[in-house]
Design a protein around this ligand. Structure first.
Ligand SMILES: [Zn+2]
Length: 248
């Protein structure tokens, strides 16, 4: 039984029997993995606060060749995101990031870029307490890294370039943006402002974005477009995405 060591983000935990937990975690070295933390539900246990959702931890675990679940030996907290989850909005934003990782990451496939994206988004949430810039950036890059981002520069139907101030509309099938001429019934508009934001986010890192007066409306059409891409890919709705729509 090889003992592995990895940085990880705790995605979710579930109770198992009386005293144990099943832990789903995003390992930096080995990708999404699930394991058993024996005794983790006892009042005094060796994991402390390290297995709280979204904790950034160093984990040690044993692979068991014949079993799907690894056996978590110990965990050491690198950074806790427990405090920010007591706020409703940032707590929901954390739950959203966790759900997207749970639903979109294949088992046991490392994804260094996405790992860094999750840490970046969580740090931004912790430092600013504002959810919309972090979530818009997270959505855009999560979709891009999954290979699901259509061009924001060209019409998917006729291939013509979308001028920065031209109207553009998005739809599910075929996924992408349409110019005003190719617009289909029921397509949503993606504003010129939001397309400009997407271009900026693909170039500049989250802490270096131009200052904006962010509200829920800022980039809402872009997040809808990106959320649709994720939901089409996983073939189900994200539970936390509809909850986020009620946040001011
Ligand atoms: Zn067109």
């Amino acid at each position: 039984m090889p003992r592995r060591e990895t940085e990880a983000i705790i995605l979710r935990t579930y109770p198992l029997k009386e005293a144990d937990k099943i832990v789903s975690f995003f390992s930096r070295a080995w990708g999404k993995t699930r394991g058993v933390a024996a005794g983790a539900r006892k009042l005094k246990n060796r994991f402390g606060a390290a297995l709280e959702p979204l904790s950034h931890v160093r984990l040690w675990y044993f692979e068991r060749e014949t079993r799907e679940l690894v056996s978590i030996d110990s965990a050491e907290l690198i950074r806790s995101y427990f405090d920010i989850q007591s706020d409703y909005a940032t707590g929901l934003a954390c739950a959203y990031i966790s759900e997207v990782c749970e639903q979109t990451l294949p088992e046991r496939e490392p994804n260094e870029h996405l790992f860094r994206l999750v840490v970046l988004a969580l740090e931004h949430l912790r430092q600013t307490g504002r959810i919309w810039p972090a979530l818009t950036y997270f959505d855009l890059w999560a979709v891009r890294l999954a290979g699901l981002l259509p061009s924001v520069e060209r019409c998917v139907a006729c291939g013509s370039a979308l001028a920065p101030d031209a109207e553009a509309y998005f739809q599910l099938y075929p996924a992408g943006l349409n110019c005003a001429r190719c617009r289909l019934d029921g397509a949503w508009e993606l504003s010129a402002e939001s397309r400009q934001m997407a271009r900026e986010m693909l170039r500049a890192s989250l802490p270096h974005l131009a200052p904006r007066a962010w509200s829920r409306e800022t980039g809402a059409d872009l997040r809808r477009f990106l959320g649709q891409r994720i939901e089409a890919h996983i073939e189900r709705k994200l539970v936390t995405r509809s909850a986020l729509e009620s946040v001011e």
